[in-house]
Design a protein around this ligand. Structure first.
Ligand code: BEZ
Ligand code: FE
Length: 308
């Protein structure tokens, strides 16, 4: 006997079979007042259910999947963000970046994924100053950059964060031999939109592989390397915050970045320096990078720092 309190079938979430689940879940969420939340959750449920149907997901696989998500959370702390790493390794971060930059994906962009290593409050550094704050091996790098709007007009007063791994492939927060904030700095563009700094030529490095994402990469027989790069974040009210990276052109992993961050536009021209370096304290060999960024008009909004 049906209980007398049973709601009419159309409003009931009692499930008649596998084909009934998706519609019932969508109906249960239909009164979401926030229109964007409603749109996102509706699409997520439809795609998630379609995915389970397409691969005929087994109960064991469902259990492994939920455990994988739990372990991503458990592996995340103040100094490591496994969630962002997972999104990066699936190409999801790059997809979202390209959909939201370059006139909403219509044109090329100098934007790229943020990655898990940006930190707030990097040291304000004078134009032309050095990111090297403790003894760091490797060839010197002198970078000369410019930021313009899409019409090529220089943008003065952009606050630019720069961060990079050392020539042994470690960010300072991963490496006790580097002082706090080594190879990180904040600059301001001048009236001509330019800023310059001294650093060391970065090396490529493996993304962290001790967590569940590393396990997945091994199961897929994928290498964990990123080609060498410098990170930049440009911020100025009136412009869409520019998050990007510039890649070293001779890196062996340029064509196989594990997190899909490389676009042709982001490959820098790292030229071996000729003659004496711009500052006397640098020895040979040294490198020079000249790179121009474009910032689009839009909302200046800082991302939430992935680590403290
Ligand atoms: C990075 O470039 O800092 C990075 C990006 C994605 C995953 C790991 C590291
Ligand atoms: Fe990086």
């Amino acid at each position: 006997m049906m209980p007398t309190t049973e709601r009419p079938t159309s409003a009931s979430s009692v499930i008649a079979g596998a084909d009934d689940v998706t519609g019932k879940v969508l109906a249960a969420m239909a009164s979401t007042p926030d229109a964007r939340l409603s749109e996102i959750m509706n699409a997520l449920v439809r795609h998630l259910h379609a995915f389970a149907r397409e691969v005929r997901l087994t109960e064991d696989e469902w259990e492994r999947g939920t455990e994988f998500l739990n372990r991503i959370g458990q592996a995340t702390n103040d100094t490591h963000n496994e969630g962002i790493l997972c999104s990066d390794a699936l190409g999801f971060s790059t997809l979202v970046c390209l959909l939201n930059n370059g006139q909403a994906g219509a044109t090329e962009t100098t934007a790229a994924l943020l990655g898990p290593f940006w930190r707030m409050a990097s040291p304000l550094t004078a134009d032309g100053g050095s990111l090297v704050r403790s003894e760091t091996p490797g060839p010197a790098l002198f970078a000369f950059c410019r930021i313009t709007d899409p019409r090529g007009r220089p943008i003065p007063g952009v606050e630019v964060d720069v961060w990079q791994a050392s020539p042994v492939g470690l960010y300072e927060n991963q490496d006790p031999t580097q002082v706090d904030m080594n190879l990180r700095g904040k600059f301001h563009t001048g009236a001509d939109g330019r800023f310059a700094f001294r650093s060391v030529k970065p090396a490529g490095y493996p993304v962290p592989t001790e967590g569940p994402v590393g396990e997945l990469l091994r199961a897929q027989q994928r290498h964990p390397y990123r080609p060498a790069h410098l990170h930049f974040l440009g911020f100025k009210p009136g412009y869409k915050t520019l998050v990007t990276q510039v890649f070293v052109d001779d890196d062996e992993h340029l064509e196989s970045d594990v997190v899909f961050g490389v676009t042709r536009q982001l490959v820098g021209d790292f030229r071996p320096g000729e003659g004496p370096p711009p500052t006397g304290d640098a020895g040979a060999p040294w490198y020079r990078l000249d790179y121009d960024f474009v910032m689009e008009p839009g909302e200046a909004k800082l991302p939430k720092p992935p680590i403290k």
